[in-house]
Design a binder for this molecule. Structure first.
Ligand code: ZN
Length: 436
């Protein structure tokens, strides 16, 4: 008879479920269940940077996440200074965050840097918000059992099935053996544990291995949870009737990198108040985090465009990877709005033949007026830049990532109308002006 060291007593789990308030605010998102996104962007001549990480209001988690992000960023900036590569170095972080049983908070940071070569890393952290401690595998499964042999056996058959040609070398055998260090990088999802492996451990690419709590039943007290219902789609997407005068000047305001729970709403409010439209080039990762905002965009006559899933510079990716970035975002947006975007704006405006091919009939949209709002972060400067240079047919680039950009948009919407411009979506602009 196996003795189980039960770390999460089932009884306290039941009590916890009954008593409700655990201080965790859980989002309606499949991959970002907890936290608000902190997001920064830089499009310098010497490097490109797009960083997203969660802040959860649990101090231990927030401090650790910030520290990990900072370490990678510092390391990247040091390499940028030393780099002599022809390509502009790029740094990208996206994340996923999960909550299990209102108690276990898991954060997965996906780090991508491209200097001479591409490197990807994943960092996982699991925090027990009830006992206020970081968790290791020993806290999840009983080490008194033969759980490591079991995990190893299951991992080997899991990978052999998926990557039959890549499983006969020493690296594979070493990194799937029944050693604890092969199972340290994991997160707890609703239905099971997911283990992560960086490239050049098991394979020369990143990989994951997941196992459900049901399968792990002899070794753990953690149980599968029924998955939460997705935000309901309530068939109310009747776009308002619009009156566009083809003989009057028009411009398209565009907002990239969102939606942001903090700033997008005020832009939508102003658009609605002045009966104006804009185009939001959303990231697939952010869309899933704010489905209500996406539905509102469509309902109020705005357009949603595809800005890829994780904001990597597409021109440096393989075709397969470009397609993944585009299709995952198309599907995220369709899942929420029942409409596929017709427009793609590649991150940093970077495009090449591969990008055009992978767009597969969707229009690639850049811009004609760059506010550089991510750099100025001052609403007056942004408003002045636009008002001084705007002309008929312009596509104006902004980001709904910063308070200053949202404030500028709120000023610009009535101001541009006073100047005689109709504020239309990018597709509407194309209808009257063709490809600028
Ligand atoms: Zn962007």
């Amino acid at each position: 008879m196996r003795t189980l060291k039960i770390v999460c007593p089932f009884l306290s789990f039941l009590l916890l479920c009954g008593c409700g308030d655990t201080g965790l605010t859980i989002n309606d998102s499949t991959k970002q269940e907890i936290g608000e996104t902190t997001q920064t962007l830089a499009m310098e001549d010497t490097y490109l940077k797009s960083v997203q990480y969660p802040q959860t209001s649990i101090a231990e988690i927030d401090d650790k996440v910030k520290q990990v992000v900072q370490t990678y960023e510092d390391n990247f900036m040091m390499q940028v200074e030393a780099a002599a590569s022809q390509q502009v170095p790029e740094f990208n972080i996206t994340y996923e965050s999960y909550v299990k049983d209102d108690r276990y908070v898991s954060i997965l940071l996906l780090i991508y840097e491209k200097i001479e070569d591409t490197q990807t890393y994943c960092e996982t952290m699991v925090f027990d918000n009830k006992d206020k401690k970081w968790m290791t595998l020993e806290d999840v499964v009983s080490m008194d059992s033969d759980v490591l042999s079991y995990l190893s056996r299951e991992a080997i058959s899991y990978f052999k099935e998926r990557y039959p040609g890549e499983c006969s070398n020493d690296a594979f055998r070493t990194h799937t053996s029944a050693a604890i260090q092969n199972f340290t990088n994991f997160i707890l999802r609703k239905d099971g544990i997911v283990f992560y492996y960086d490239n050049n451990t098991i394979f020369d690419h990143d990989t994951t291995y997941s196992i459900s709590y049901d399968e792990l039943k002899p070794y753990t007290a953690i149980r599968n949870e029924a998955s939460k219902a997705y935000v309901p789609y309530d068939d109310i997407l009747n776009e308002p009737t619009k009156h566009i005068d083809p003989d009057k000047p028009m411009v398209a305001l565009t907002f990239d990198d969102g939606p942001s729970k903090r700033y997008t709403r005020s832009i939508l409010d102003a658009l609605k108040e002045y009966n104006a439209s804009a185009t939001f080039f959303v990231l697939g990762s952010n869309a899933e985090r704010a489905p209500d905002l996406l539905q509102r965009m469509v309902m109020e006559g705005n357009e949603i465009g595809n800005h890829t899933y994780s904001h990597k510079q597409l021109t440096t990716l393989s075709k397969e990877h470009i397609e993944e970035e585009i299709i995952a975002t198309q599907e995220s947006i369709y899942g929420i709005t029942h409409t596929y975007p017709k427009l793609i704006r590649p991150p940093y405006g970077s495009k090449n033949d591969n990008v055009l091919e992978c767009a597969n009939g969707k229009r690639i949209v850049t811009w004609t007026l760059d506010t550089r709002d991510w750099q100025h972060k001052d609403s007056n400067t942004i408003v002045r830049n636009v008002c001084d240079t705007v002309k008929n047919g312009d596509i104006i680039l902004m980001h709904d990532l910063y308070a200053s950009s949202a404030q500028a948009a709120v000023i610009l919407i009535p101001r541009l109308q006073e100047m005689g411009y109709q504020l239309v979506t990018v597709s509407e602009l194309y209808t009257y002006y063709g490809q600028p």
